[in-house]
Design a protein around this ligand. Structure first.
Ligand code: CDP
Ligand code: CDP
Length: 213
């Protein structure tokens, strides 16, 4: 079994930037589970599926041929041989509705477990430490104030309303966004990406997990 480091947190808290940098620093692979949910959402949108209709979403996800793997140390996820435009504003608006559907989560989780069988990985998302890899001793929850997170996402040029997405992700029935038991919480409101990475590297070293030589 490979080592898994779980990083969870709300939208635009810095999970992707931190996980990617941390992965390079300690020689792990990087898995962006949000991109899997975004790919599933893009698939629904191009097929004209009503994302508010959970039954229709469940039926549609079973029809797709999803494939995952690693490329240059990072996960990829594709459907029917295609890579999605996952930062599209339409995807931002619909992804929480798609991600609440248990059939979608089953597909994504099967791929996350398969990838975890291939390489030591940093997996980031919403339910990684709480539901997908609850047995890992290495769990982090990155937070930042709602205002700073909205500023960060807007600065990326996206019309993404992070508070609306957080509300949906935190209140859903299946695997909601939550601070996993036993996780180390890092408030990044006033921290740079490098400072968050350094904080996590120190916490890992304290637990006996050292960067690759
Ligand atoms: O990058 P950002 O934090 O904005 O979002 P993301 O990590 O790409 O995740 C997009 C959406 O996928 C979230 O708003 C959740 O609805 C869903 N998601 C989830 O349900 N579970 C995960 N482990 C990861 C993402
Ligand atoms: O993956 P998640 O949505 O949590 O966040 P991200 O995509 O890694 O970060 C969103 C934006 O905030 C990016 O442009 C990062 O460069 C920026 N950021 C920052 O300025 N300071 C941090 N401590 C973390 C992220």
């Amino acid at each position: 079994m490979h080592t898994i480091i779980a990083i969870d947190g709300p939208a635009a808290s810095g999970k992707s930037s931190v996980a990617r940098k941390l992965a390079r620093t300690i020689g792990f692979s990087y898995v962006n589970s949000g991109s899997f949910y975004r790919t599933a959402t893009w698939y629904m949108l191009v097929r004209g599926v009503d994302v508010q209709n959970a039954g229709a979403v469940a039926t549609a996800v079973k029809a797709g041929q999803f494939r995952s793997g690693f490329e240059n140390g990072e996960s990829f996820f594709e459907v029917d041989g295609q890579r999605a435009n996952i930062t599209d504003d339409a995807v931002n608006r619909s992804v929480s509705a798609v991600a609440r559907v248990p059939a979608v989560r089953e597909v994504v989780n099967a791929h996350l477990h398969a990838l975890a069988g291939v390489a030591d990985s940093i997996v980031e998302g919403r339910d990684i430490g709480s539901a997908v890899f609850p047995e890992t001793p290495y769990k982090f929850y990155i937070d930042a104030s709602p205002e700073v997170r909205q500023q960060r996402r807007s600065a990326q040029g996206q019309a993404d309303e992070v508070a609306a997405r957080d509300k949906q992700d935190s209140s859903r029935a299946t695997a909601p966004l939550t601070i996993p038991e036993g996780s180390t919480v890092v408030d990044s409101t006033h921290l740079s990406i490098d400072q968050v990475v350094d904080t996590i590297v120190s916490a890992l070293e304290n637990r006996g997990l050292s960067p690759a030589p």
